[in-house]
Ligand binder design. Structure first.
Ligand code: FRU
Length: 481
């Protein structure tokens, strides 16, 4: 059986070589810019540089030449880009200079051609504490209606701390406050972001949401590996005050990391992209000649659920449009499974009423010797997403996994599965919970089978996504040399 990993069609992957975190997400002059941690010279982590891609619509991506290459003695780690709010088209990037002597400090670059070429600042690094895990600058705009300014979030990763700085000119920075440490020990904190969101759509009642990525330190045996969390609170321009010190899981799968928001998105929307892998086994994922994929973009909102503000992550508009153009089918289900034959680059949306059907199982299989099972347990109000089988085991011993996410049974349920080759993203009830996982189902299509404990009906909408035309996705690797 083939274990070939097909290249995604509606997610960004570099044409070749290694990619991890999204960097420098910014919307500028009608284009969404995605920079990313990239090894331009190999399919493993190293020579870290900023790769670059753009999209007019968050669906179709074009890869561009490397934007910020590594140089002698210095790698270019994660960071962010902001668009000038004072007119003109200057873009400013902040990234971490990771020096060969182990020091990490923040550096600056500017672009005067809309993000395609960059000049690094001769006085780099511009923010240096003389420490070795000071990284991932995310610059945000803070505007309280009186004194708008820039705020930079960075981590002291080993201390599990977020450090906040402020600047009026994007040149000199003053320390504001430090958040943390808190939560689980034995992890580093990476890639922070701070996002202002209206609670329940009320612009007069905003909250601030801190996004954090945590990764076990080397000898931590937790097989969960890299994970993302969020904390809801208030930001007064100086310090972040959490409503509760609990870190809440942002995505319940194994493969969603380093997600941050785009600067200056239209309408002030909070749009994120994350890296779909896990440091535990990223190096072992058998895709070639590319290694590393970005998630679907997500639109963030904050909704009161069970009495507390909860992050809701909706799929992007293009996914909704693709589903709206397809015709839904009403399928009779029970203990004889309903079968759907799909290309494996597909969207599957199902609605059903768990109070009628009882538990529901959805199994995905392709030609590879592995499976993905989604099972809903109405009694506990949970959905399990399990990937397993010999081909999953062969990726890495920690690759087989079960993700558990909330799916209440006291109302009709809705599940959206976005499967794009090796990328499976599950959205419960339009984004109330998500689980993102890499899967290894093979390259020649998948069958989805759905059954329920009691006879009933399930409303199914399924769409196969065509191979994009006219994009570099189509160019065989050999032609690119
Ligand atoms: C997160 C991370 C960042 C760092 C980058 C290096 O995945 O470890 O903290 O800047 O990757 O590639």
């Amino acid at each position: 059986m083939s274990t070939e990993v097909p290249r995604p069609r509606f997610h960004f992957t570099p044409r070749r070589n290694w990619m991890n975190d999204p960097n420098g997400l910014v919307h500028h002059e009608g284009l969404w810019h995605l920079y990313y941690q990239h090894n331009p010279e190999g399919s493993d982590w190293g020579n870290m540089s900023w790769g670059h891609a753009t999209s007019p619509d968050l669906e179709h991506w074009t890869e561009h030449p490397v934007a910020l290459p590594h140089r002698t003695g210095e790698q270019i780690f994660s960071g962010s880009v902001v668009a000038s709010r004072a007119g003109g088209d200057v873009l400013t990037a902040y990234y971490t200079s990771a020096y060969d002597d182990g020091r990490q400090a923040q550096s600056r670059a500017t672009s005067h051609d809309g993000g395609f070429t960059w000049e690094t600042d001769p006085s780099n690094p511009v923010l240096d504490r003389g420490t070795t895990a000071f990284r991932d600058p995310k610059v945000i705009r803070y505007d309280d209606g009186r004194d708008p300014c820039w705020v930079m979030l960075t981590v002291e990763a080993d201390n599990r701390q977020v450090l906040l700085y402020t600047s009026e000119d994007l040149l000199s920075w003053e320390h504001l406050s430090t958040f943390g440490p808190l939560g689980t020990t034995g992890v580093v904190w990476e890639c922070p972001d701070l996002v202002r969101l209206p609670l329940d759509g009320d612009a007069d009642n905003p909250r601030w949401v801190l996004l954090l990525s945590t990764n076990p330190v080397v000898d931590n045996p937790d097989p969960t590996g890299s994970s993302m969390y969020y904390v809801v609170g208030h930001f007064d321009g100086t310090a972040f005050h959490p409503d509760s010190p609990e870190l809440r899981r942002l995505d319940h799968g194994r493969d969603y990391y380093a997600a941050v928001t785009f600067d200056d998105a239209p309408g002030g929307e909070a749009v994120t992209i994350g890296w779909m892998s896990n440091w535990r086994y990223a190096h072992a994922f058998p895709s070639t000649p590319w290694r590393g994929a970005m998630s679907l973009p997500r639109v963030l909102a904050l909704r009161t659920m069970q009495g507390r503000p909860t992050l809701v992550q909706s799929p992007p508009t293009f996914i909704r449009k693709l589903l709206e153009h397809a015709s839904p089918a009403t399928v009779a289900v029970g203990d004889v499974p309903a079968l759907l034959t799909l290309s494996g680059h597909s969207l599957i949306e199902i609605h059903w009423d768990p109070s009628t059907t009882g538990s529901l199982d959805l199994r995905l299989r392709g030609e590879a010797d592995s499976f993905v099972d989604l099972s809903h347990h109405p009694r506990t109000g949970t959905l399990h997403v399990t990937r397993g089988g010999p081909a999953a085991q062969a990726v890495h011993r920690d690759f087989p996994s079960t993700s558990t996410l909330p799916l209440p049974a006291d109302r009709p349920a809705r599940l959206l599965l976005s499967l794009d080759g090796p990328l499976l993203e599950v959205f419960v009830n339009a984004g109330e919970a998500t689980a993102s996982n890499l899967v290894v189902l093979g390259a020649t299509g998948v069958t989805a089978s759905i059954k329920t404990a009691r006879p009933g009906t399930v409303h199914v909408t399924a769409v196969d996504i065509e191979m994009p035309t006219g994009l570099d996705a189509l160019v065989p690797a050999a032609v690119l040399d």
